[in-house]
Design a protein around this ligand. Structure first.
Ligand SMILES: Cc1cc2nc3c(=O)[nH]c(=O)nc-3n(C[C@H](O)[C@H](O)[C@H](O)COP(=O)(O)O)c2cc1C
Length: 224
């Protein structure tokens, strides 16, 4: 990249607006006593107001040496009473291997239309095969074919190998519509800490965090 191009890019990055609002108010003094119900309220508002893909969440994991990795995936279920979040993936994928070695992770959401960011962190458990089966068989055909294509996160030697694997997966799904790949796994992150960030166009942001201790939630503000 030339110096002029680099400067043009820097200008674009610095002049592209963010957190422009208007955003909903967040009266932290009247916030829910536990984060699960507050998450549910904000998620419901995002769904109701047409925030694009509010169920897409960033999952951050770390390997056994503490090196982090992050990717987006779909939030499949929420239990606000237990403050538990479910997502599904392939056990042999990078995230699956990292969660096996270090079963602790973080989820984060950013909903630009509402200027809201939410963070959750806690231990991650693998749910039983019945949960994996119900999750997988509830998917559309394209998703099930994708699930049977396999080898998530492994190096792919050629586009042709991928096309062949997809064709084999398509035949498997057509012949055995009730089949579930062995590695398909539903994970549940049970939050021990959560944070709710309400952005403000005037940069008078609010941050409210919650911690679970001995089964009870405590909350407090953070300096933005
Ligand atoms: C919008 C979107 C939704 C996705 N949903 C999922 C999902 O629910 N589960 C999943 O395993 N991967 C999902 N992916 C793919 C992941 O981002 C990622 O590429 C894949 O899981 C491999 O990640 P890993 O190598 O870190 O394990 C999604 C990607 C996008 C862009």
């Amino acid at each position: 990249m030339s110096g002029t191009e680099a400067e043009a890019l820097r200008v674009r990055l610095r002049t592209t607006p963010a957190l422009t609002g208007p955003f909903p108010a967040f009266e932290v003094s009247r916030a829910e006593a536990a984060p699960g119900p507050l998450f549910l309220r904000w998620l419901t508002e995002a769904l109701d107001d047409g925030v694009p893909e509010p169920h897409v969440t960033t999952l951050s994991t770390a390997d056994e040496r503490g090196r982090p990795s992050a990717r987006v995936l779909m939030l499949r279920d929420v239990d606000p009473d237990r403050c538990a979040f479910r997502f599904a993936s392939e056990a042999a994928s990078r995230k699956g291997r990292e969660l096996a070695a270090n079963p602790y992770a973080a989820l984060s959401w950013y909903w630009p239309r509402h200027g809201r960011q939410i963070r959750a962190a806690g231990p991650v458990a693998v749910l039983d095969r019945a949960a994996a089966r119900a999750d997988f068989l509830g998917r559309g055909e394209a998703s099930r074919i994708s699930g049977f294509t396999g080898s998530m996160s492994a190096p792919l030697e050629s586009e042709g190998a991928y096309a062949d694997a997809r064709e084999r997966a398509r035949r498997t799904v057509a012949a055995e519509p009730e089949a579930v790949p062995d590695g398909h796994t539903v994970y549940e992150l049970r939050a021990e800490e959560m944070e709710f960030f309400q952005g403000d166009p005037a940069r008078f942001h609010r941050r409210l965090c919650y911690h679970r201790q001995d089964g009870n939630w405590t909350s407090g503000l953070l300096w933005p």
